[in-house]
Design a protein around this ligand. Structure first.
Ligand code: ADP
Ligand code: G6P
Length: 460
């Protein structure tokens, strides 16, 4: 079996930078632990002189990571990746803050990744590049003469060509992505949007749902929704629901229905809009107490939009509690810090309503985790944004438009009042949609497609 070389900006190192929650690391860790291979990326450290890679090993996974200098971190990570590409890809262009030198740094860091990765590669390796931080990397590797089969997977959405064009530099990036052999997306819409951009400004020709022709080469496209390990997560949730932290939470809500939000503190997650919907929910049911626990792990705190969001959420939370709180009750609990994933699993099982309302999201693994965590005999209800990739699989949830605060409040109300039989039926349909999926299955499917020469066997 050929070795897999995964390349991503964020790497969950054995030494533990695991506090940095994120779907990419969660999806890839299970796959890599089972299959083994080399994982190359950023060490998470910002140092004065960033030189050669450092190596580590855990089980069958070898890690090779490089540090970033302060200027690289600011330009490549905070500046162009998270200040331009992230908002553009989620169709929130008003949050973009472009500086030309950040684009230059982004390109330079992608070249540095290629320079340090190339000497570690063996002939039989298959290379799998991940996410929007590394869109130049396939092109940079080809320029260095690397001919290994190379895949690129985008964990986030891709918007229409018009929306993509607002990000200065995107044309060159699309062309560099097209140097890969196989491109993977979360949904068919993301795949089609990317293909339209490849045609509009990458000079490619679309020859089928899963194929494009680019400079005389066939580039393949596929849809691979990211997955969790549902049965494992369910077992953790069942166990953790009896833990001390879950017991204390249950005791503190004193029999009130618990609503739960779990996110990175990110502008795409729709947290202010969600708090506004909750405000309306509380206002429309005087005398009927509920408890809303919002856990928001601080993320990308160097980026202005994220700092502003933190202030906005703190203000909104304070004003809900001061307006509706009673001496013996506060409706909202906001925790701006990460929690252990196991602890979260227990909390999810206790929550009568899972509130997952991003403005836009590639997939949203929290939605799948909430479904997996439920007690089949007495399951809670998932209120889910129709703009999350997960909506394509979890159609039995209460689907909402996160911009419609009144509509979300109605859905929350409906979730709280839903009879057991309906909760069971909706949950069962959601569980059936994910029960037989796994991060390993997701990865294997991508990797099979990467090595397959049989175009007819391509996923659509
Ligand atoms: P994203 O990739 O944008 O962060 P996802 O929902 O796809 O969003 O994945 C997030 C992952 O990180 C999930 O596995 C989730 O349980 C975890 N996570 C999200 N928020 C927190 C938090 N506040 N504390 C700890 N883990 C979190
Ligand atoms: C999303 C992105 C990942 C990223 C994660 C956490 O899942 O798709 O690429 O790793 O968020 O963000 P961070 O900036 O902390 O790596």
């Amino acid at each position: 079996m050929s070795r897999i070389v995964v390349v991503s900006n964020r790497v969950p190192l054995p030494s533990g930078n695991a506090g940095k929650a994120g779907g990419l690391a969660v999806a890839l860790l299970g796959l890599m632990e089972r299959r083994g291979g080399l994982w190359f990326g950023w060490s998470g450290a910002v140092t004065e002189r960033a030189d050669a890679p450092a190596f580590a090993q855990r089980g069958r996974v070898g890690y090779a990571t490089i540090d970033l200098t302060d200027a690289e971190h600011r330009g490549y990570y905070s500046g162009y990746s998270n200040g331009v590409l992230w908002p553009m890809l989620h169709n929130l262009p008003h949050l973009m803050a472009f500086r030309r030198q950040d684009l230059e740094t982004y390109r330079r860091v992608n070249r540095r990744f290629a320079e340090h990765l190339a000497p570690l590669l063996r002939d039989e390796d298959r290379i799998w590049v991940h996410d929007y931080h590394l869109m130049c990397l396939p092109g940079c590797l080809r320029l260095r003469g690397i001919r290994n089969p190379t895949g690129f997977y985008l964990h986030v959405p891709f918007p229409s060509p018009d929306a993509a064009a607002v990000a200065p530099g995107i044309r060159g990036l699309v062309q560099d992505v097209l140097a890969a052999d196989m491109l993977g997306f979360q949904t068919a819409a993301d795949r089609d949007n990317f293909a339209s951009s490849a045609v509009s400004f990458g000079g490619a020709l679309r020859t089928g749902d899963s194929t494009m022709l680019c400079d005389g080469r066939v580039v393949r496209l596929g849809v691979f929704p990211a997955e969790i390990a549902p049965r494992e997560f369910a077992a953790t949730a069942e166990f953790q629901a009896r833990s001390e932290s879950s017991r204390l939470l249950a005791k503190s809500v004193q029999g009130q229905a618990l609503l739960l939000g779990v996110d990175r503190l990110d502008p795409t997650k729709g947290i202010p809009e969600r708090l506004e919907a909750f405000r309306r929910l509380v206002a429309r049911r005087p005398g009927r107490r509920v408890a809303f626990l919002q856990i928001a792990a601080p993320s990308r705190e160097e980026v202005d939009a994220y700092r502003r969001l933190r202030e906005e959420i703190d203000l909104a939370a304070g004003s809900i509690n001061s307006e509706f709180g009673e001496p013996d009750w506060l409706p909202l609990r906001l925790l701006a810090r990460p929690q252990a994933r196991d602890t979260l699993a227990g909390f999810m099982r206790l929550a009568r309503v899972g509130v997952v309302t991003p403005l836009r999201d590639g997939m949203n693994l929290v939605a799948k985790e909430y479904v997996a965590a439920q007690d089949p005999a007495d399951p809670g209800v998932l209120v889910l944004s129709r703009f999350a990739g997960a909506a394509a699989q979890l159609g039995s949830s209460l689907m909402v438009n996160p911009h419609d605060a009144e509509g979300v409040a109605e859905a929350l109300q409906m979730a709280l009042d839903m009879p057991l039989a309906e909760r069971r039926a909706r949950w069962r349909a959601a569980w059936d949609a994910i029960a037989d999926t796994s991060p390993e299955g997701w990865g294997e499917r991508f990797l099979r497609s990467l090595s397959s020469d049989d175009l007819a066997a391509m996923p659509v």
